[in-house]
Design a protein around this ligand. Structure first.
Ligand code: NFE
Ligand code: MG
Length: 502
């Protein structure tokens, strides 16, 4: 007998996602991923001055504004034919890098850890750790009457096979609280060179508008060192312990094995080399990224149906209530293939590319006792975020000294009346592209293809499911009333629907 289950909204993620699954004989037979709202940034940008774009697109998201600002200045630099200043490249990497770290840490502790560890352990806590005592006191204070469950602040949650290891639960909960402080430091590190966060004003075509002055560099370094300690002493060890308790999630939730990375953290102003390299990896075969192969399908999306278009020619024509549509997310495809994007695909592309980063990834994987193949799984995605954080923190600390306080952080440019540009970068959640077209000195067309647009895409015109949909199909549910397996797999992608629908 088949039944339909709707998880709506999926909580502990950004934006409005609902997932509908069909369950047959205890297994997910079909999954449908729906972005539940329209935002219209691509429409808002039409007819505006081009320099508005890096400010307006940052409002797509409060979690990854730096990424949209960066993709926008890359798109404009490509349209204006300008190469940014070397200091600009370095400071952009420092800004984006600190934003990655806050994003990965909050995703693991605040958004995902409670899928695995048992938060109920806090009620039994009788020790003297101030953070845990505070957390227990807070939980109890929120439910001071006898009729309210003492776990109320953390409810509702599915009844599930949470970790039975009280020591692990309490340690992870301690880190849950500590992570908030770490995140604050990461935000401060971003703001030192970004001007403020969220929505960084300092990102401009040609570079950044702040300078790498010695006190700023020192302020950044001290915060990064503290964040690095947390990654090494809490994030990676907690991940390793959780993987020991839930080994099945090192295979559950795999996507078809087709990955994209545009390349993260350019090591040259020409973007010819990245800390995490660019590439398309399909069934183990690595190729150069060729964006002319990208098309966005609207077959199952609430947009007018037409031929799937390249984003450089893309259109945004909402069609609410369209027959057969079930999502406000478009469906990007590469040669017709849905690609998964994010930290795990970045590591997969880096491993296939070889070189220094691949060596670091292999070392980290072996300390976690995870094989490269196991990365394509729910816990593998979490492991990829932790590994990426560690490699990135080390790299950022090394690159602080490359900034030169004596040199400018940006170069001048002029805006042509006509032109077009493509800005490709890696946001924390994966490959992000902005496409801009200018006419009469104003924005004629602006299109974004966003990480969660790839991952949470609905079916395309040939009926092929998106990566999240695919990852859910075939999964066995221990208790369909409590589909914990489903949310563990969805959250492993770190979806941001606010971004996906833009
Ligand atoms: Ni709103 Fe974002 C990142 C971008 S995700 S969080 O990372 O771009 O689709
Ligand atoms: Mg778009």
């Amino acid at each position: 007998m088949s039944r339909t289950i709707k998880v709506d909204p999926v909580t502990r993620l950004e934006g409005h996602l609902s997932i509908t699954i069909e369950v047959e004989e205890g297994k997910v037979s079909k999954a449908f991923s729906s972005g539940e709202m329209f935002r219209g940034f691509e429409t808002i940008l039409r007819g505006r001055a081009p320099l508005d774009a890096q400010q307006i697109t940052q409002r797509i998201c409060g979690v990854c504004p730096v990424s949209h600002g960066t993709a926008s200045v890359f798109a404009q630099e490509s349209a204006y034919k300008v190469i940014p200043a070397e200091n600009g490249r370095i400071l952009r990497n420092l800004i984006l890098g600190a934003n990655y770290l806050q994003s990965h840490i909050i995703h693991f502790y605040q958004l995902s850890a409670l899928d695995f560890i048992d938060v109920a352990s806090i009620l039994e806590y009788a020790g003297k750790d101030p953070l845990l005592t505070q957390l227990k006191g807070w939980a109890l204070s929120q439910s001071s009457t006898k009729t309210i469950d003492p776990l109320a602040p953390f409810l509702p949650r599915y009844e599930a096979d949470y970790s039975p290891d009280a020591t692990l639960n309490l340690l992870a909960l301690r880190h849950y609280v500590e992570a908030l402080e770490i995140r604050k430091l990461a935000h401060q590190a971003v703001a030192i060179f970004a001007g403020k966060i969220p929505h960084a004003p300092a990102l401009i075509p040609g570079g950044v508008s702040t300078k790498p002055l010695a006190p700023s560099l020192a302020a950044y370094r001290s915060r990064l060192e503290r964040i690095q300690r947390f990654i090494d002493e809490a994030y990676l060890p907690d991940l390793k312990e959780i993987a020991k308790v839930f080994p099945q999630y090192l295979s559950l939730g795999a996507s078809p094995g087709a990955f994209l990375s545009y390349g993260a953290f350019p090591q040259k102003v020409e973007q010819s080399q990245h800390l995490f390299p660019a590439g398309v990896l399909i069934n183990g075969r690595l190729a150069k990224v060729d964006t002319s192969r990208i098309r966005e399908s609207t077959a199952s999306s609430f947009f007018e149906t037409g031929p799937a278009l390249h984003p450089g020619r893309g259109e945004t024509k909402p069609a609410p209530g369209k027959n057969g549509a079930y999502s406000w997310v478009k469906a990007p495809r590469y040669d017709g293939i849905p690609l998964e994007v994010g930290p795990m695909p970045r590591l997969m592309v880096a491993l296939a590319s070889g070189g220094e980063t691949a060596k670091h990834i292999r070392n980290e994987l072996s300390s976690l006792e995870i094989s490269p193949e196991q990365l394509n799984s729910a816990l593998g995605r979490h492991a990829a975020r932790a590994i990426e954080s560690r490699i990135l923190a080390r790299h950022l600390l090394e690159s602080i000294d490359e900034a030169n306080p004596e040199k400018p952080s940006s170069v001048d440019f002029s805006i042509p009346m006509e032109g077009a540009g493509e800005g490709l970068m890696e946001a924390p959640r994966g490959a992000l592209g902005h496409w801009i077209e200018l006419k009469g000195g104003l924005i004629e067309r602006y299109q974004c293809v966003v990480p969660t647009t790839w991952n949470c895409s609905p079916r395309d015109e040939s009926g092929t499911a998106g990566p999240v949909e695919y990852a859910l199909e075939g999964v066995r549910l221990a208790d369909p009333e409590n589909p914990i397996e489903v949310v563990r797999i969805i959250r492993s992608f770190d979806p941001c629907l606010a971004c996906a629908v833009h």
